[in-house]
Design a binder for this molecule. Sequence first.
Ligand code: FE2
Ligand code: FE2
Length: 196
Amino acid sequence: MMQKPELLLPNRTGKLPADISYLREKYPRETWDEHRNFGQTAQFWLQMHDMFRELGGMLKTATAQFREGGVAPDQFQRFFAPRLDYFLGHLEGHHGIEDYSYFPLFRSYDKRLIVGFDLLEEDHVMIHELLLSSAETGRAFIEALHTEGDARRFAADAYADNSDRLLNWLLRHLDDEEDLVIPSILEHTEDALFGH
Ligand SMILES: [Fe+2]
Ligand SMILES: [Fe+2]
């Protein structure tokens, strides 16, 4: 389905419109975890998202510290390389599970959610492109760590530009997804949606 351009992830400046995220106002975020239908899937979903927020923030901070010259290349590499791998790999896996297992269940249970989940799936496609280029610029950055001068600086700039954009998009996406997923679970229950 063709989406309105202003709703596409790179152009989104705030939450999704209330007619798409139609249960958001009925279930304010502050009340989610106290609701009786807040189950294990909802909890796990939010925990995964918090992990991505936290790890994305840690990578960003570490990269900034290194670029300011406060950390030795070896030390930075030991911290950065495995976490970047973990972050990108798990993000890709998480989106795959959503696209193939969860989103179809929401769409088929509640037709009013189709527009929103189609948008979220399109977000995944756009995030995937940035994820690939973050992996690529991240690898080049790691390779350039032990060189001096411009090459290292350019590699760091390229990675930082890319990963900052990825994190910004991701933070928008995670919020919007939660605003669709959690209120739907509270409204319909996990049993009804996922059959468990
Ligand atoms: Fe997602
Ligand atoms: Fe997600």
